[in-house]
Ligand binder design. Sequence first.
Ligand code: ZN
Length: 284
Amino acid sequence: MKGRIIKNISNDYTIYSNESLYVCKPRGKFRLNEITPLVGDIVEFDEQNNYILSIEKRTNELIRPSIANVDMAIVVTSAKKPDFDTILLDKTLTIISYNNITPIIYLTKLDLLNTEELKTIKEYQDYYQKIGYIVATTPNELLKIIKHKTVVFTGQSGAGKSTLLNKINPHLELKTDEISDALGRGKHTTRHTELYDIDGTFIADTPGFSKIDFIGMKDIDIRDNMKEMFDNLHYCKYKDCMHISEDGCHVRELVKEKKILKSRYDNYRYFINRWFYENSNINS
Ligand code: ZN
């Protein structure tokens, strides 16, 4: 039979298949191949003997927490208290895209904004949508977007993840709502990841990204996972243009013409500079 792993506790894998649950062990050969089944894996299993027989190829795989085949990551982003943070947002979007997951921007606390602030946020929203990101501002809108997908929720602390999850389903509660937990100050309780089936949508009860950082990424990965930096690359004079100081850079032209949002480009340069700084430190 075929099913989806939704939980793993001490090598007991709970598999969801045709609205039933089965608890299975992996077959020995996985250990030899150093493949460990992950929550989110689509597997073939023997329901008579409770063994996982094979694992389907993953579309992606997150390390901490370990979860496979995530379609979307909801980036819960506060418009105020904490203030709208384009650096954190752009960084998160870039890292999610790099992991082959579709990021969805979910704006919260719009009701705290005055008319002027609301106008500014609306301009940001329009821009992000224009360049190809999906933005939602109400739970209903979001529910339509994530229908039948496998999703994780992420975002800065205080942005309202728990409130949002509560509106989606009162039984859901994120195990930890602090990305910064991973910086080492957080609690180190052992926890497992679990996928919850909410009307055909699988929602992970962990934030999906234990730490939002560019670890493992190259500078070109940063470029190629920021939509307008990648989409306009082929208009630049040089195929390998990094949009920093090269001649004939179309991206820098678009920034001058205000067709690329200045904050997006500034954040891009900041990420690239920081990347160089961190990597030259490692090598020296
Ligand atoms: Zn360029």
